[in-house]
Design a protein around this ligand. Structure first.
Ligand SMILES: O=C(O)CCC(=O)C(=O)O
Ligand SMILES: [Fe+2]
Length: 283
């Protein structure tokens, strides 16, 4: 069913009603009265509203929306069993799309990952959208390292667990990255997608296309500070060992509201494991 199944006048009525807050059953009621069955009516209304959203986006000069992982339904199960691990769905927000998870990794797995990463740490770099280079910058004062794909049996197992959890193919992700923040270290507000207008974007996008989602898993619990914040949404998530924050962004644009930061560590240290998901196979 495409959006042209309904007359332009009725389509316009639908958009106005939806903007005024009408409920789905109110939108399909006229079609049911005209003899449509419920599935066909819902599909037709959905197509009209989606087309409207896409056209609005184009008018505002937004980049096109792309498919993203959509792993967790609203008011769905609060526990997901994957790889022998009972993972908790603790909370979520729709816009930005953020899901807080618990028990993604066991304490023992966190400790092992820190041990694997510890000897390989280097000062973290940020992607310079002007030059396309990866450079150290005061906005990101952590140390970090990429863990090569399947470099240990535990890394391979966690890669697969994350793919199953998020419902996104294993190959459509960058290698896992471990970050270490000492006292005072932070990652100032940024987007994880590559700025499509930056001259350096082309090189970054060549390998797997745009980033579409992120999973940040906390490998320890800092004594104080080190939360992950979403300043545009006024959200803050405490860094708690084994918990993870998932967020997705279907447009490489601030309208995703996925501006986020690793707030300064106030006391102690902070370790995280980051997985960035791509549109296509990475590499
Ligand atoms: O450390 C955090 O809380 C956030 C990390 C982050 O934003 C990233 O790795 O892209
Ligand atoms: Fe980030």
């Amino acid at each position: 069913m495409n959006a042209d199944a309904l007359s332009p006048e009725f389509s316009q009525w639908l958009v106005i009603q939806a903007q005024a807050g009408a409920r789905p059953e109110q939108l399909i009621a006229p079609l049911l009265q005209a003899g449509w069955d419920e599935d066909a009516a819902s599909t037709a209304v959905d197509a009209v509203l989606r087309r409207f959203v896409a056209e609005q986006g184009q008018r505002q000069g937004l980049p096109p929306a792309v498919p993203v992982p959509t792993p967790f339904q609203l008011n769905g199960p609060s526990q997901i069993h994957i790889d022998g691990q009972a993972i908790h769905v603790l909370g979520s927000s729709l816009h930005p799309r953020v899901v807080l998870l618990g028990n993604v990794l066991s304490a023992d797995e966190c400790t092992q990952l820190i041990a694997t990463a510890r000897g390989r740490l280097q000062r973290s770099a940020t992607f310079n959208a002007v030059t396309g280079a990866n450079e150290a910058h005061q906005s990101r004062t952590s140390d970090g390292t990429y863990l090569p794909t399947a470099c240990t049996p535990l890394v391979a197992r966690i890669e697969q667990r994350i793919a199953d959890l998020v419902g996104w193919p294993l190959e459509q992700a960058e290698p896992l990255q471990v970050l270490h923040y000492g006292p005072g270290a932070e990652y100032q507000p940024h987007y994880d997608y590559f700025d499509p207008d930056g001259p350096g974007a082309e090189a970054a996008l060549r390998h797997g296309g745009q980033r579409v989602a992120t999973l940040v898993t906390y490998l320890n619990t800092p004594l104080s500070g080190g939360a992950t914040t979403f300043p545009d949404a006024g959200l803050e998530f405490a860094a708690v060992q084994g918990n993870a924050v998932f967020f997705s962004y279907d447009r490489a644009h601030p309208s995703s509201r996925t501006l986020h930061a690793g707030a300064p560590v106030i006391a102690g240290e902070k370790w995280v494991l980051t997985r960035w998901f791509r549109e296509r196979r990475f590499g």
